[in-house]
Design a protein around this ligand. Structure first.
Ligand code: SIN
Length: 191
């Protein structure tokens, strides 16, 4: 599948007669909220794990030197914490462009902190998209992130802001925190 998913997403869900939809964010959608929402609540989705396995050519890297951003990988016993936003369907016109580098919208069940559930959507970059990079050792991922920058800024900023947001949400994401610690020690800012 081509890395540009705008057209794919446009035909994936029918929003006719729908006034609002829950969107689950687990990466930059947690901390970069450049869209309007009706309500925002921390939430968890089950069966998925966050991984820096997606290449970024358009935001945090370039086609010549792609950065690495997060996607979700199926993992039956895992839970991924993030932020859920109740949005009007028109918001996807903007988000489909923002998430165009390989991400498709999938339906998912969200669990809120009080144990209640809702159906919603989540952007996932699956391994069949052209920008997918897949597994690499943490130190190698950290090196790639430390050296990449794109139109949205340094890739390390994406990582550090995500790690900070996950701490605020009370999420323990060993994968993100391990890469963060490699990047911080390489930059000489170990605390
Ligand atoms: C998300 O945040 O939910 C998707 C991945 C990203 O934009 O970083």
């Amino acid at each position: 599948m081509s890395a540009n998913t705008i057209e794919h997403n446009r035909i994936r869900q029918n929003f006719e007669g729908v006034s609002s939809i829950w969107l689950f964010g687990y990466g930059s959608l947690i901390y970069k909220v450049d869209f309007q929402f009706l309500e925002r609540r921390p939430a968890t989705i089950h069966g998925w794990e966050r991984r820096f396995w997606q290449g970024s050519h358009d935001h945090r890297g370039t086609p010549e030197a792609p950065g690495r951003v997060v996607t979700l990988i199926k993992s039956p016993n895992a839970a991924c914490k993030g932020m859920a936003y109740r949005v009007s369907p028109s918001v996807f016109e903007h988000l489909d462009v923002r998430e165009k580098n390989g991400y498709l919208r999938f339906a998912t069940t969200l669990t809120f902190e009080n144990g209640s559930h809702a159906e919603g959507l989540v952007y996932i970059a699956t391994e069949d998209n052209e920008a997918f990079l897949g597994h690499a050792p943490d130190a190698e991922i950290a090196r790639q992130i430390a050296g990449a920058t794109g139109p949205s800024g340094p890739n390390s900023e994406y990582l550090l802001r995500l790690a900070e947001s996950l701490r605020s949400l009370g999420d323990s994401c060993p994968h993100t925190f391990a890469i963060e610690s490699h990047v911080r020690s390489a930059a000489g800012c170990d605390t």
